[in-house]
Write a protein that binds this ligand. Sequence first.
Ligand code: P6P
Length: 337
Amino acid sequence: MSDNTISLSRWLIEQERTYGHIPGSLRLLIEQVARACKRISRAVNKGASTGILGSAGSENVQGEVQKQLDVIANDVLLEANEWGGHLAAMASEELERIHVIPHRYPRGEYLLMFDPLDGSSNIEVNVTIGTIFSVLHLADGVSEVGPEHFLQAGRQQVAAGYCTYGPQTSLVLTLGHGVSVFTLDSEQGSFVLTQSSLRIPALTQEFSINMSNMRHWAAPVRRYIDECLAGQDGPRGKNFNMRWVGSMVADVHRVLQRGGVFLYPWDKREPERAGKLRLLYEANPMAFLVEQAGGMAIAGTERILDIQPETLHQRAAVILGSNEEVALLQRYHREAS
Ligand code: P6P
C-alpha cells in the first residue's frame, strides 16, 4: 500500500474523530462487516477449487435453494459480529428469525441486517455477486429485542453498504454523509479508499430490467420501457441501451458508477407480492446509497425509504438510479393511480 492511500480503518477513524459522523461502536461494526466480507471474498474466489459451489441441500425462509456459499457467508457474518459488543441483534435473508446476541457477549445499540450473498444463483457461472447490509439503531430502553424492533422505515438507517465479489472486491458504503468506495488490496489484505463522494449522473441512456417479464408489468413500467425501446424516433428522442446481470449488487454498482435506472417492479405473476426484492436488506440499503449519491429510489409512487415495514422479510418493488429517469417513472405511476 503506497503512503498516499487511505485504508478503511483510517477513513473510519477520521469520520469519527474529525467529522463526528460516527461513534466508535459504529466504526467497530463497519470494520467487522468489512472483515467478514474479506473472508467471504476469499471463499467465493476459491469457488470450485474447494468444492463449495452448488446447493447446500436446504431451503431458506424465502423457499429458495441455499447454495453452500450462502450458508458459509451467513455464518461468517454472524460469527464476525456477535462478540464485539456493538450489536443487539442481526437479521439475515438466510434466517427465518432474528439472531439475538447471546447473553455471553455484551449487547450494543445497533441492529444489523444483511443478504449475505446476493445473486448466488450466479455463483456457478462466475458472475459478480455480493453482500448487502443495513444498520439501524435499536430504540432506547429495549431489554428484549424482537423482530418488531427491525421494522423501521429505511430513512432511519444509520449506515448501509454492499461488497462486490467480482473483478474487484469493492466495499461501497454510506454513513449518511455521501457514498465512498473502498477496493480490496489483496496483497495487503486491506480495503483502500478509491472513490469519495460518489455521484450518480442525473441523465442516462441505460435501463436495467429483466425483459422476459414484460407481459407481466404494470402499465407505467410498460409505458416507460416502450418509450426507451422506441429510441430517438420515439417520445424520448434518444436511443437507450439495456443491461441486466441478474445480480442486484452488480446492476446497482453499475448504476452508481455510470448512471442508469434499475427496475425490479411489481408484476402480476404474484399480484399479492409487492415485488421480488426484500425491503429491509436489499431495497432499503440500496435506496439509501442511491439517494446519498444524488439519485432517486421509489417503489412506484412512493419513496422506498418512507415505506413502513410490517414483516421482517417483506418484499418491495424497486426502481432506482438517475434522477431524470426515476422521476419520469414516478410521474407515470402517479398518473396511472
Ligand atoms: P431474476 C438474485 O436472485 C436477485 O435476488 C437479485 O440479486 C437480482 O436483481 C434478481 O434476483 C434477479 O431476478 O428474476 O431476473 O432472476
